[in-house]
Design a protein around this ligand. Structure first.
Ligand SMILES: [Cu+2]
Length: 146
């Protein structure tokens, strides 16, 4: 039993030395030239994933927006195909009120007026049929691809 305790003590001390050794590196840069090589060593050992998140962040900033016009009692274009994560904006450019209402209850703009915009972001691939509650003959579809 005591051996086990002693071993774990040694391990704890070794770990502590290792951690404090790492923590001290940035505090004591010998010369500016050595700082980059220390960073490279850390990346090679266990820091590799730190570079990966940079790309998705840039993609999120350029999240696409697609516009659908509502004109003369019609959604134009009535069918659009977008990639997952796309925000679709419906712009009421008609002289009367309309709604953008999902057939499956996924989204619903409520009644909105001339000049108003309703938007919804489609994160999940699939087909989304919708209609206007005030004019059921007005139909449209959003196809979301991965
Ligand atoms: Cu309508």
């Amino acid at each position: 039993m005591r051996r086990v305790v002693a071993l774990s003590l040694v391990l704890t001390i070794a770990l502590g030395v290792f951690v404090s050794g790492c923590a001290q590196q940035p505090q004591a840069p010998v010369t500016p030239a050595e700082t980059p090589s220390e960073t490279e060593g850390a990346v090679g050992e266990e820091g590799t994933p730190t570079e990966a998140p940079a790309v998705p962040v840039e993609e999120a900033q350029t999240a696409p927006v697609v516009e659908v016009q509502i004109v003369n009692y019609a959604f134009i274009p009535s069918t659009i195909t977008v990639k997952a994560g796309t925000t679709v904006q419906w712009v009421n450019n008609d002289n009367v009120k309309h709604t953008v209402t999902s057939d499956e209850g996924v989204f619903d703009s409520g009644v909105f007026n001339t000049g108003d915009i309703f938007e919804y972001t489609f994160d999940t691939p699939g087909e989304y049929s919708y209609h206007c509650e005030l004019h059921p003959f007005m139909k449209g579809k959003v196809i979301v691809e991965e």
